[in-house]
Design a protein around this ligand. Structure first.
Ligand code: CS2
Ligand code: MN
Length: 351
């Protein structure tokens, strides 16, 4: 396991120097944030980002994310040109020593939460999901915005895009994903870059848009359709874990044994029972004891099944007065990293 930390590039207030001081940290997970979705990431820009990272004593072997253009997800006539661009980006990343690319295949919106600063009992704040609030949102009626979303659309463009998705059900979206990967994976095999799809977060359909990377069934189907080790997953525990039907320990063991887990996002969440049985969870500190997910069991399952990929602490809380990007403050993620690092050492040495 290689411990990494997400870094949002030169504008991130959490600098590379700070990241380097977290025990066990080998590298950062980052991206070129200024290149419009669909355009090729040129080698020169990739190399200058890499230089910044390497000069700080860290590696840049994982990219999160190279976003997939909506035209590819929609399967329109424009997709071939955009897939060619994506392939060229992969070739360029490979020349810079990148080993894993994380991406997602969620239409229009990335992760969805109802609160960005849910205050917990100890005074820290974190991201939370209250089904009642989410059920009341309608992107066709009111403007929605969350950090991490592509905000380059105008209201009209967004409406038009949502309209086009009315014809896309889960089956069509899946076919479009397979079409994309059938062209992309041979390039990845040639240049030794592993694709690691991030599960849908949360793992169910929202606002009438289809979502397909939500469960063991969906992942099995994807692996079968494009059967290559280069077609793998990012095991994001907090994303898949929001659906109580997902047995994460089983999935970790199974997919690690298949050599398909290239990247681990360790995130814990805590469910709260509600009077009306609606779903409510908040993101908790990483240790097993602090949330509802068995982080120890997941790491052990990965270890027992030969996981050798990259790991990063996923979302943390804002603690100690920090006012960081929601999910991406320094302190709680750093605590998470040392916890994960310690767990891994203990699991390794108890063999
Ligand atoms: C991340 C995702 O912040 C997060 O929750 O795990 O935004 C992730 O980067 C993308 O879905 C991957 O493409
Ligand atoms: Mn994640």
């Amino acid at each position: 396991m290689k411990m990494t930390f997400r870094w949002y590039g030169p504008k991130d207030p959490i600098t590379l120097d700070k990241i380097r001081q977290i025990p066990g940290m080998t590298g950062v997970v980052t991206a070129l944030y200024t290149i419009p979705v669909g355009e090729v990431w040129d080698l020169e820009s990739i190399l200058s980002l890499k230089k910044l990272v390497n000069d700080a004593g860290l590696e840049m072997e994982v990219i999160e994310s190279v976003p997939v253009h909506e035209e590819i997800k929609l399967g329109s006539a424009e997709r071939d040109r955009l897939i060619d661009n994506y392939c060229q980006t992969i070739r360029n990343l490979s020349k810079a020593g990148v080993k894993v690319v994380c991406y997602n295949f969620m239409p229009v919106f990335d992760w969805v939460r109802s609160e960005l600063k849910f205050v917990t009992a100890d005074g820290s704040n974190c991201l939370a999901y209250d089904q009642r609030t989410v059920d009341s949102l309608n992107p066709k009626k009111q403007a929605l915005s969350l950090p991490g979303w592509d905000e380059s659309y105008t209201k009209q463009e967004l409406d038009a895009l949502l309209k086009r998705y009315e014809d896309i059900d889960e089956e069509k979206l899946f076919d479009n994903m397979v079409y994309f990967l059938k062209k992309l994976i041979p390039v990845c095999e040639e240049c030794d870059v592993k694709m690691a799809v991030h599960p849908d977060d949360p793992p169910w359909s929202l606002f009438g848009l289809p979502r397909i990377i939500t469960s063991e069934e969906g992942i099995d189907k994807l692996f079968k359709a494009v059967d290559s080790k280069y077609n793998g997953i990012t095991l994001c525990t907090g994303s898949l874990g929001a659906s109580r039907g997902n047995d994460l320990v089983k999935m970790a063991a199974k997919y690690a044994a298949m050599g398909r887990v290239h990247f681990l996002h360790a995130r814990n969440i805590k469910f709260t029972e509600t009077e009306d049985n609606r779903l409510f969870f908040n993101e908790s500190p990483h240790p097993t004891e602090c949330g509802s997910l068995d982080i120890y069991g997941i790491l052990k399952a990965l270890h027992d099944n030969g996981f050798e990929g990259y790991t990063r602490p996923d979302h943390g809380r804002n603690i100690w007065g920090e006012d960081g990007k929601p999910g991406y403050g320094l302190y709680d993620r750093a605590l998470g990293a040392t916890y994960l690092f310690g767990l891994w050492e203990a699991i390794s040495k108890s063999k």
